[in-house]
Write a protein that binds this ligand. Structure first.
Ligand SMILES: *[C@@H]1O[C@H](CO)[C@@H](O)[C@H](O)[C@H]1NC(C)=O
Ligand SMILES: *[C@@H]1O[C@H](CO)[C@@H](O)[C@H](O)[C@H]1NC(C)=O
Ligand SMILES: *[C@@H]1O[C@H](CO)[C@@H](O)[C@H](O)[C@H]1NC(C)=O
Ligand SMILES: *[C@@H]1O[C@H](CO)[C@@H](O)[C@H](O)[C@H]1NC(C)=O
Ligand SMILES: *[C@@H]1O[C@H](CO)[C@@H](O)[C@H](O)[C@H]1NC(C)=O
Ligand SMILES: *[C@@H]1O[C@H](CO)[C@@H](O)[C@H](O)[C@H]1NC(C)=O
Ligand SMILES: *[C@@H]1O[C@H](CO)[C@@H](O)[C@H](O)[C@H]1NC(C)=O
Ligand SMILES: *[C@@H]1O[C@H](CO)[C@@H](O)[C@H](O)[C@H]1NC(C)=O
Length: 542
């Protein structure tokens, strides 16, 4: 019965070769030949389809350049964050002096508790090896932050003058505002305010990271500026290019305030250009603006967008997150840097039981102090290796906190955001001799120990080319590829599938239904008799 059925299928199928296998007139050798041929084609075809499938599955994304260039006024001017390397002015708090007193047993006794705590707080933002291992492990974040703010130079003591688009500002407070980072108190320009950058409801309330109220009117990382946005808005748009349409600022420092112990022999300022929706991490990336030098920074934006066609794909396959796909506990906007910051916070908390005051954290986390600095430093290096190892088998020798921390690290998976903006800086510098200029003008130079630095930041070109992630293979392309191979090897088409389905379902059902009917219909029921009928007919015609 089944054999008859298969013969029926093979004689009617539109797949090449199958016909000859089923036909009665063919000799055994012919049948074997066609069977082998058919099997070879099926195997070869399957191998090729498997290859196409792997290509589709493993690399569905292609990154190419957008067809048109983007003018710089469509993106925000980079956010600029400036940190001074002198964390405590020597005239206010002599860190070098306290370091020697703290580390000498006989003088340690003579320090008051307040002085010790102050020293430990400052050592948090200095080089890692200076932090006393015997110091407090935890402290109240609000007290530490207040102490550091008091000792570090304030905005009028660092900035001498600012110009935005070639218009001098009365006071730099119009442009720059304080921001708390891992490097202590820094100053930032064009960053979103705390309400728009953080999920304030999840953060602790002990102290603020950002203290200003400039609200972004309409810009979002994903959508950019709406078409009706005026030219003057916040975050500032990049309008124009060249030195005249950028940000220029003068920085100052007094020789007597510099501390060479805290941050080592390189004094001056650290500067980072970043996306306005991102918390800067100056301990990792920065360029320098040395004292008595002018730095000219030409900025080239690097933007990456993603086509809508990639939305249905899994995030790990397309290697980026759309904003709705990833929730960050402490940040409103998903960017890779924000995610990494949060991941480090979670990991440090799991490993050390506390976090650095510069990391945004929840109300249940305590703030680390000098005694935990070695642990925080370890956590940073461990996180890198934990992320690499999370794909490998679990380390059997790891003890409890490390095991827990690995679990935290495995959760992170900080892929890039599908729309991202970065700013590449091209710097050049030259001596900035303000005293020679004053002498030339015959002005008095009374403040002999004043050091200055000038920074100019502007877009290099009026437009740039955006990169774009899009589908290498859509589902249609995949289907077309498979169809081509199947057609080439077997003469396969969608109708062949329909035919197979028909033989498996409808025809079986029809045959069974007919069998139950009266005998008169039997002539047409059996395929064999049908064949006989046909033969009779052909004989008659002959
Ligand atoms: C700070 O202390 C060091 C070492 O004791 C000393 O050389 C330096 O002059 C002090 N600085 C100030 C501003 O008092
Ligand atoms: C510690 O301080 C005392 C008094 O200032 C000094 O005599 C001694 O040499 C110091 N010890 C060290 C190891 O620096
Ligand atoms: C510490 O203080 C005591 C008394 O207050 C004083 O006698 C001693 O000389 C001080 N030691 C140092 C090293 O300053
Ligand atoms: C810091 O916060 C604690 C409670 O969290 C509070 O008791 C203390 O007064 C605060 N200190 C300052 C200087 O604000
Ligand atoms: C900065 O500190 C100086 C004194 O050190 C003070 O006169 C000035 O008002 C402060 N500026 C701000 C903005 O707090
Ligand atoms: C913080 O701790 C309190 C009590 O210890 C708990 O009720 C609360 O759920 C915790 N919050 C978070 C975000 O873990
Ligand atoms: C876990 O390992 C760390 C060092 O890797 C060690 O200092 C700590 O004592 C260990 N804890 C336990 C419970 O074994
Ligand atoms: C950090 O921990 C919080 C709370 O456990 C969690 O909601 C969040 O997703 C974690 N962040 C990352 C980047 O894994």
């Amino acid at each position: 019965m089944i054999k008859e059925y298969l013969v029926d299928y093979s004689s009617n199928s539109n797949l090449h070769g199958l016909k000859y296998i089923g036909e009665k007139e063919r000799t055994f050798v012919e049948k074997i030949f066609w069977l082998i041929m058919f099997t070879c084609c099926v195997v070869l075809c399957s191998i090729l389809i498997w290859k196409v499938w792997i290509k589709w599955n493993i690399s569905p994304v292609i990154v190419s350049f957008a067809e048109t260039s983007t003018p710089v006024w469509q993106i925000p001017y980079p956010a600029v964050t400036v940190c001074f390397e002198t964390k405590a002015m020597q005239t206010v708090f002599n860190f070098t002096e306290y370091y020697h007193q703290y580390n000498n047993e006989s003088t340690y006794q003579n320090l008051t508790e307040e002085e010790r705590f102050l020293f430990e707080d400052v050592s948090l933002v200095c080089d890692d090896h200076l932090a006393p291992k015997t110091g407090r492990k935890f402290s109240l974040g609000n007290v530490t932050v207040d102490n550091l703010k008091e000792l570090s130079p304030n905005i009028t003591e660092i900035f001498l003058g600012c110009k935005w688009k070639d218009i001098p500002k009365d006071s730099c407070t119009d442009l720059f505002s304080p921001i708390l980072t891992e490097e202590g108190q820094c100053y930032t320009f064009n960053t979103l305010n705390a309400d728009q950058l953080f999920r304030v409801e999840n953060l602790h309330k002990a102290y603020n990271y950002l203290e200003f109220t400039n609200t972004s009117q309409s810009w979002t990382l994903e959508e950019g500026y709406p078409p009706d946005t005026p030219l003057e808005t916040y975050p500032h748009r990049g309008s124009g290019y060249g030195a005249k349409s950028g940000l220029t600022f003068l920085l100052k420092a007094r020789q007597i305030d510099l501390d060479y112990l805290c941050k080592g022999p390189v004094q001056g300022f650290k500067i980072l250009l970043h996306n306005p929706a991102e918390l800067p991490r100056l301990s990792q990336q920065y360029f320098r603006s040395p004292l008595s030098q002018e730095v000219v920074v030409a900025v080239k934006p690097k933007m990456m967008t993603t086509s809508e066609g990639l939305k249905p794909y899994d995030a790990t396959r397309r290697q980026c997150y759309f904003p709705s796909e990833r929730y960050l506990q402490y940040f409103k906007v998903y960017t890779q840097a924000n995610c990494e910051m949060e991941c480090l916070t979670n990991f440090t908390d799991a490993r050390c039981g506390c976090v650095h005051f510069g990391m945004p954290h929840g109300p249940n986390m305590t703030v680390c102090n000098a005694g935990s600095v070695p642990c925080m430093k370890n956590a940073q290096t461990e996180l890198v290796t934990a992320e690499i190892q999370s794909g490998l088998e679990n380390d059997i020798h790891s003890n409890d906190t490390l095991g827990d921390a690995r679990k935290v690290a495995a959760q992170c998976k900080c892929l890039p955001a599908c729309t991202s903006i970065e700013y590449e800086a091209e710097t050049s510098q030259a001596d900035f001799d303000w005293k020679a200029l004053f002498r030339a003008y015959k002005l008095p130079t009374d403040e002999e120990d004043l050091l200055m630095a000038r920074v100019m930041i502007f877009f290099k070109e009026a437009q740039f080319i955006t990169s774009r992630r899009s589908e290498l293979y859509g589902p249609t392309d995949f289907l077309a590829n498979c169809g081509g191979l199947l057609g080439l090897f077997m003469g396969f088409s969608i109708l062949s599938v329909v035919e197979i389905l028909y033989f498996l379902t409808l025809r079986v059902w029809c045959l069974l239904a007919r069998k139950r009917r009266p005998q008169t219909n039997i002539l047409y029921a059996s395929p064999e008799l049908n064949g006989a009928n046909k033969k009779l007919k052909t004989l008659n015609v002959d």
